[in-house]
Design a protein around this ligand. Structure first.
Ligand SMILES: NC(=O)C1=CN([C@@H]2O[C@H](COP(=O)(O)OP(=O)(O)OC[C@H]3O[C@@H](n4cnc5c(N)ncnc54)[C@H](OP(=O)(O)O)[C@@H]3O)[C@@H](O)[C@H]2O)[C@@H](O)CC1
Ligand SMILES: Nc1ncnc2c1ncn2[C@@H]1O[C@H](COP(=O)(O)OP(=O)(O)O)[C@@H](O)[C@H]1O
Ligand SMILES: [K+]
Length: 525
């Protein structure tokens, strides 16, 4: 599992070393790691020989890291320039940079545009204006420089610790920000690099160890991200004595005369994700389509019979189908069953949901959901609000509803009502396609049914990852988001990174689950 921390958590871990006079050593390690990453990137682009580098240096330690890294690169023979964005910068680092033969330019009130043009011609820019000590975003001349440079489109940008202007703890972004190709971060992942909009500016994130890692609060990170190995440990597998009922039966209330495709995709994805059986509840025309795509499913036109979990909501429309969704929600509440509540059913929530109810809104749906809660207050929450502060709002929704909340996006966040949050980002932008969310609902429903009470005895698997069993539903949702994202990436890769349909995502799910499980089984001690 990858753990990510706030700027404050990182500073707290650094403090004992700073108190014992080791601050300079930490900075040297950070700068060396940064310089090595720049060299690796240039080598990949075959631009290392005679390359030019410009470091944009701010007044704090982030600027110090950047200047020391640029000094190292100058000694390696690179043409190195420092653009100083403040009157005073880290004195020792600047002296080292000058001693290495670097050229120093001062950013002023009148030369931002001119320096932006110069920077755009460089082989690599190191963004070391602001790090974890930032309060708000860039202003004045540095803001002008970054806005102009972003517009010009530099060749290669390596961000020092975080892209400047990004809040390291929340991922909120104060524009303008220079999009990085790579962010080299020190000591521990910053939560803001693993949640949008920050993750969207950070490019690939590389971690450089600087010696503070053992002091980080591994048991209480701000964000968690499951790796392939974690997925391998958590994905359910049938045993020799399994039968279809012991593997979990999923009830699905989805689709309608208008949106029958949502039912077709959700049921098919659930079947492909390994559930024992699917019972479909919906109008006959939709049921015919569901069964022609997934003959393994049952159509329940009357009493739905016993299930271990429900998916309620994808494509649900019209009085009749909303009535069936409402009835399923009542049954689930009465029998204490887990439910995936999506799309049309998000308006059917009781005042307080149990944590094994997993809500799956996108940003627009989360804004409407929060607005509908009496506890939200007077000021309306908009889709733009959610998109600019997803971590804040997903946590708020979990706390206010009592449910586990999965907020869909390029990075998908899952908040448990306990406050812990998972972040998964394995997908491709091609997944922004109609029906993609219905496939996710089906995959999640299948995993929830297989994790339901009396079906799985998997507390040890969660404990092995340092997770409280109470947070298992958030972990299951994170597994589903990851499997879904990986399936999209695999499906797109099968056509050389080309476009995909929701059906193609679903078709790739068994292969993803198979290879994650097989890889884990090959490597367990
Ligand atoms: N601690 C260590 O030993 C290690 C730290 N490391 C590195 O240090 C970084 C953190 O360094 P940091 O704390 O100096 O803060 P940093 O982000 O460089 O800049 C803050 C400075 O900028 C200013 N400022 C703030 N907001 C501003 C704004 N909006 N616009 C303009 N100015 C603004 C503010 O000045 P003020 O306004 O308060 O006078 C303050 O002086 C961290 O990201 C990592 O790279 C590593 O080397 C490992 C060892
Ligand atoms: N830019 C993106 N990159 C990666 N995944 C994305 C992106 N945009 C959307 N997705 C994923 O695609 C799915 C879209 O779901 P949703 O918005 O409910 O669409 P629909 O209702 O059309 O099925 C979500 O799982 C989301 O995480
Ligand atoms: K930076």
């Amino acid at each position: 599992m990858i753990s990510a921390f706030t700027g404050q958590q990182i500073r707290d871990a650094e403090q004992p070393l700073l108190d014992s006079g080791e601050g300079a050593v930490l900075m040297q390690r950070a700068a060396y790691g940064l310089a090595q990453a720049v060299i690796r990137e240039l080598k990949k682009k075959r631009r290392l020989a005679g390359a030019s580098v410009t470091v944009l240096a701010g007044k704090g330690n982030n600027g110090g890291d950047g200047l020391y890294a640029a000094a190292y690169l100058a000694r390696r023979g690179m043409r190195s320039t420092a653009v100083l964005a403040a009157d005073s910068v880290h004195a020792e680092a600047l002296a080292a940079f000058r001693a290495a033969g670097g050229r120093v330019l001062q950013l002023g009130t009148s030369n931002a545009e001119e320096l932006a043009v110069l920077c755009a011609g460089e082989d690599v820019i190191i963004d070391a204006l602001l790090g974890t000590g930032a309060r708000g975003g860039l202003r004045d001349a540095p803001a002008e420089l970054i806005a102009a440079l972003q517009e010009l489109g530099p060749r290669l940008v390596v961000a020092c610790d975080v892209p400047s202007g990004l809040d390291a703890g929340t991922g909120e972004v104060h524009w303008p920000v220079l999009d990085a190709d790579v962010t080299v971060t020190f000591g521990g992942f910053k939560a803001g690099l693993l949640t949008d909009p920050g993750e969207g500016c950070a490019g690939r994130v590389e971690l450089v160890r600087i010696g503070i890692e053992s002091a980080l609060p591994e048991q209480a990170p701000e964000l968690r991200r499951l790796t392939g190995r974690d997925l391998g440990a958590l994905l359910p597998r049938p045993g020799r004595r399994s039968h279809k009922y012991s593997r979990g039966v999923l009830g699905v209330v989805a689709g309608s005369s208008r949106f029958s495709g949502a039912a077709v995709l959700g049921v098919h994805a659930a079947a492909l994700a390994g559930v024992g059986m699917v019972r479909y509840i919906g109008p006959e025309p939709a049921a015919r389509m569901v069964l022609s795509r997934t003959p393994e499913a049952l159509w329940e036109s009357g009493d739905p019979g016993r299930v271990q979990a429900w998916v309620v909501g994808p494509g649900v429309d019209g009085e009749e189908q909303l009535g069936r969704a409402g009835a399923a929600v009542e049954v689930a509440l009465g029998n204490d069953l887990p439910v995936v509540v999506d799309a049309g059913a998000l308006s059917l929530l009781p005042e307080r949901c149990p944590p094994h109810w997993i809500l799956t809104p996108h940003a627009g749906e989360l804004a409407s959901l929060l607005d509908s809660l009496p506890s939200t207050g007077e000021v309306a929450v908009t889709r733009a609000d959610v998109e600019s502060r997803p971590l804040h709002f997903v946590r708020q929704a979990a706390q206010q509803t009592g449910a586990t909340v999965l907020l869909k996006g390029a990075t998908t966040l899952v908040a448990s009502p306990s406050g812990i949050v998972f972040s998964q980002s394995e997908g491709t932008p091609w997944m922004a396609t109609a029906g993609s969310g219905d496939v996710l609902a089906g995959v999640l429903g299948a995993l929830v049914a297989q994790a339901a009470d009396g079906i799985a005895d998997d507390d040890a698997a969660y404990a092995g990852l340092g997770l409280d069993p109470a947070d298992r539903w958030a972990a299951v949702a994170a597994v589903a988001a990851s499997v879904h994202g990986r399936a999209g990436t695999v499906a797109s890769a099968a056509c050389d990174g080309g476009p995909l349909t929701a059906s193609a995502i679903a078709a790739a799910v068994p292969g993803v689950i198979g290879s994650l499980s097989a890889e884990y089984d090959r490597t367990i001690p």
